[in-house]
Design a protein around this ligand. Structure first.
Ligand SMILES: *[C@@H]1O[C@H](CO)[C@@H](O)[C@H](O)[C@H]1NC(C)=O
Ligand SMILES: *[C@@H]1O[C@H](CO)[C@@H](O)[C@H](O)[C@H]1NC(C)=O
Ligand SMILES: *[C@@H]1O[C@H](CO)[C@@H](O)[C@H](O)[C@H]1NC(C)=O
Length: 477
């Protein structure tokens, strides 16, 4: 048994090595109809003859650089002595598709090689087939699974498929590309490419264009990829939205409170304001609800008119219920007479709070300015020199005394009290005169005593100041 197996293996090996001695270039030629091409088979030594068989051609070509018998097919290569056997095809035909075989006569033997010649054939226009079916009016309900397949028939090589939704690559689940062979009568093999796409439908998919585009070898700038398109129609309940704010309304005028909502089919509208129900197309008291107005692409303008807007109206919440066959959705609208939208949903309480806070701040600023201007409270010190009357020396001296005693200016409180004292003195003249005079005398006494002590300490710097202390008062006793 084993010698037979061995012989068999040897035969295969011999065959393989013999076969392998012919190099081909290229291995596969992918061409369009009418293209020019060169195919070459090579052997390491000189060859006697070069025969080439091309699918779809009746004659076997016997080629050499010396002669050219068949129009459109000429020898290609560096000569038989160089071991080269090639053909130059002027215009490739669709029927040339298949295996090109070259046979090289060499040393009493014949060696051969093959080259795959693929002549591309443009496939048919893609087709989108719906696997999940819409209703009779061509609509799908939201959340249903949309499932379709794209078929690109009779291409060579097989076409590729890509999906787009509104001209953007569709990021959806697709099946692997399936390629089916479609043999034809004249043995010209063609391929059909099939791919499925599926996704759950959301309201935003409504009116979107699903496109299946086939990409093929034969695509050129002048011959763009072919495609099929399907517009998806979706039915859905009115789409939820954040609370809306309508601002810039004028008090005492008719206010138009409008909101844009998306729905398919057309919604029915009902407003509720503080328990008052206003269906579309009706008027209740000062409130009139309009019929929804179609804006296109499933959008509707929903409007409530309020006659003679009051300030109280601006504190209410306007509830809007939109309903259609697929469900109903509630919306809330707030309105405001301010010309700008307040930042991030401030409610009425917050606005009142801010107004109060601003008012308090303004009041404080005014009070401070007033105090500064009139020199009251803590601003007394700053206006000391300009504000005091003729009996002023008594004020200055305590301050200096403080400075001298503490070596630093921490005498604010003292000045404060002094100042207040003096102002009250100014305000109430004769009755307290005697008392005040007495106080001043006391002040002077203590001041003089302090000054004396300072002078005694003999500090030069302090001396300069201390010298002023004993200045004779202008008005005293
Ligand atoms: C088809 O897809 C394959 C794999 O993604 C790619 O190599 C080939 O170039 C594509 N063909 C065309 C004609 O786009
Ligand atoms: C009301 O309509 C105007 C245009 O007339 C629009 O700018 C505004 O956004 C609408 N308001 C709402 C809440 O949709
Ligand atoms: C909605 O309708 C109201 C009233 O007719 C109108 O004032 C408003 O401009 C409309 N808004 C839009 C966005 O069309």
């Amino acid at each position: 048994m084993s010698p037979i197996v061995f012989a068999f293996l040897a035969a295969i090996l011999t065959e393989a090595t013999t076969y392998g001695q012919v190099n081909v270039e290229p291995n596969t030629a992918l061409l369009n109809e009418g293209d020019r091409t060169e195919l070459l088979c090579r052997y390491g030594r000189a060859i006697n003859y070069c025969r080439i068989e091309i699918p779809g051609e009746q004659k076997v070509l016997n080629l050499s650089p010396e002669w050219s018998k068949t129009p459109g097919f000429t020898y290609y290569g560096a000569g038989l002595n160089a071991g080269q056997c090639g053909v130059s095809i002027e215009r490739v035909k669709a029927s040339n598709n298949g295996q090109v075989k070259c046979s090289l006569g060499v040393e009493g033997e014949e060696l051969s090689g093959t080259i795959d010649l693929v002549v591309a054939l443009r496939p048919q226009q893609p087709i989108i087939e719906l696997i999940s079916k819409p209703d009779r009016e061509g609509f799908f309900n939201e959340n249903t699974l949309f499932n379709a397949r794209c078929i690109v028939r009779d291409g060579r090589p097989p076409a590729n498929i890509t999906w787009y939704i509104d001209d953007m690559p569709a990021q959806k689940r697709v099946t692997p590309l399936e390629i089916l062979s479609t043999p034809t009568n004249d043995n010209v093999e063609l391929s059909t490419s099939v791919q499925e796409i599926q996704f759950h439908l959301a309201p935003e998919d409504s009116n979107r264009k699903l496109v299946c585009r086939s990409h093929h070898q034969t695509d050129r700038e002048s011959v763009p990829p072919q495609e099929a398109a399907y517009i998806i129609n979706v039915r859905y309940a009115p789409v939820r939205q954040e609370e809306a704010l309508v601002y810039g309304l004028y008090l005492e005028h008719t206010a138009i409170v409008n909101m844009t909502i998306r729905s398919s089919p057309t919604p029915r509208i009902e407003w509720t304001i503080d328990g008052a129900v206003v269906p579309q197309g009706t008027t209740n008291d000062r409130f009139s609800a309009y019929e929804p107005q179609y804006l296109g692409n499933d959008y509707y303008n929903v409007t409530l008119a309020i006659a003679g807007l009051t300030l109280e109206d601006t504190t209410k919440i306007y509830n809007l219920r939109a309903s259609n066959a697929l469900g109903s959705t509630d919306y809330q609208v707030r309105i405001s007479s301010s010309s700008r939208p307040p930042s991030t949903g401030l409610d009425v309480a917050a606005i009142v709070g801010i107004v109060v806070a601003v008012a308090v701040l303004v009041l404080i600023v005014l009070l401070v300015l007033f105090a500064r201007a009139t020199g009251r409270w803590c601003f007394g010190g700053a206006t000391l020199n300009t504000d005091i009357g003729p009996d002023s020396e008594a004020q200055i001296h305590p301050e200096q005394n403080d400075d001298e005693l503490d070596g630093q200016d921490n005498g604010d409180e003292h000045i404060d009290t002094t100042q207040q004292q003096l102002q009250s003195e100014e305000a109430t003249p004769p009755v307290t005169d005697k008392l005040e005079a007495q106080k001043k005398a006391d002040f002077k006494k203590s001041a003089a005593a302090t000054a004396a002590a300072v002078i005694a300490a003999g500090n030069g710097q302090q001396h300069n100041i201390a010298v002023e202390v004993p200045k004779p008062p202008n008005t005293s006793v």
